[in-house]
Write a protein that binds this ligand. Sequence first.
Ligand SMILES: C[S@@+](CC[C@H](N)C(=O)[O-])C[C@H]1O[C@@H](n2cnc3c(N)ncnc32)[C@H](O)[C@@H]1O
Length: 198
Amino acid sequence: MELQDRRGIETDVYQPAEDSQLLADAVCERLGRDAGDTAEKRRTVLEVGTGSGYVADRIAEATDARVIASDLNPHAVRQARERGLETVRADLVSPFVDGAFDAVAFNPPYLPTEPDTEWDDWMERALSGGEDGREIIDPFLESVGRVLAPDGVVYLLVSSLTDVDAVAERAGEAGFSAAAVADHSFPFETLTVLELFR
Ligand SMILES: C[S@@+](CC[C@H](N)C(=O)[O-])C[C@H]1O[C@@H](n2cnc3c(N)ncnc32)[C@H](O)[C@@H]1O
């Protein structure tokens, strides 16, 4: 059982990559102690879709915030918990109370995939964003505002493969203004971190 669980963790959990690092760097730069944080109360930060817990861990190290790491994938939740993070198994932000978070970060599944691709394993769910790459991003944008504090902020990793302008437009429809705060280009895509605020 133990062996099976460990094998599951290795194969079923997205491991940190360039996108994870770009998101972590951007959030730490914006919210970290070095940013001259003058917040009077301890902030609470949620990382949705935490995978291994790498991004949440980086935020916890760089800030004084209480960091919650959540994922739909139970193997990811376990792996993040083993890092010492406070974890919740959750579909996007559904279990969290209104206005709970000062910041929410998400590196979503964003790769455009063929309509007949079956979502039959956890790695598929970590990567696949449906036909236009926005199948998870759109419901996230529609729901994240509910759990944000009034002056809360969202950090969303997006790819040129997912159409950054379309994501920004959807964010606008959900009541957010969007600004690109970091990007990195690769031969096949450009990754951008959007900061969303109301
Ligand atoms: C691209 S991976 C990012 C993992 C990690 N945050 C990182 O940057 O290394 C996307 C993550 O989102 C999770 N995920 C997919 N759909 C989700 C949903 N509806 N609710 C919560 N998490 C979800 C996946 O299980 C996966 O861990």
